[in-house]
Ligand binder design. Sequence first.
Ligand code: PEP
Length: 249
Amino acid sequence: MGRRLIAGNWKMNGLRGTGVALAKDLAARAQAAGEGGAELLICPPAQLLFTVAEALGNAPIALGGQDCHPAPSGAHTGDISAEMLADAGCSYAIVGHSERRGDHGEGDGVVKAKAEAALAAGLTPIVCVGETADQRRAGQALSVIETQVLGSLPADVPGARLVVAYEPVWAIGTGLTAEPADVEEAHGHIRGLLVGRLGTEAGGAVRVLYGGSVKPGNAAELLAVPNVDGALVGGASLKAQDFWAIAAT
Ligand code: PEP
């Protein structure tokens, strides 16, 4: 397994002033710490990508988009393509976040097409999956995750250029976190699916992140769970000190 990946999803938060201040704060911390710790990634809203890229300078922090359209360009008002993300300095793109699946009705087929577009543009897709509270209560968590993973993964993954994020929908932005035993079960299941699809080496090399109310106080416990190779952090990524504490866990 490569380095742990700690990714910050700013969602629809940040204007130029706050975005640049946050990026500069993180850049200074990362530059002072040097390489060797977790790989860091921030995913600001699209309008801030160029500005944040500039604010990061040569600090060891990667930039990612929060979504991309499956097509490289065209008549898709309001969308952003993977090529555009790459042009803005991104190396990652989140696809299939539950807020996209929920707010925009995105199903596995669309998520898969977006992941493939990200790969084609030279980005690493972060494919999000996770069950709702009702699905977990009904004992369907693993089957929902399995359907989403198998339906959303790109057809062909060059090398290990893929990240999967397990984000139980009921734990996102709620302050609720999954129990370590449940996280272990879900991540173990995802790992098995990845190995089944990509083979032992490539499937073993894909980083599987946990997301859902990760904060400094619970990061150590969650990151210690087998097959948890990092975290996708929403709310806590908006505070440099909290994001940094999670990254330094
Ligand atoms: C997310 O946006 O992917 C997320 C996990 O959010 P939060 O950390 O706020 O639950």
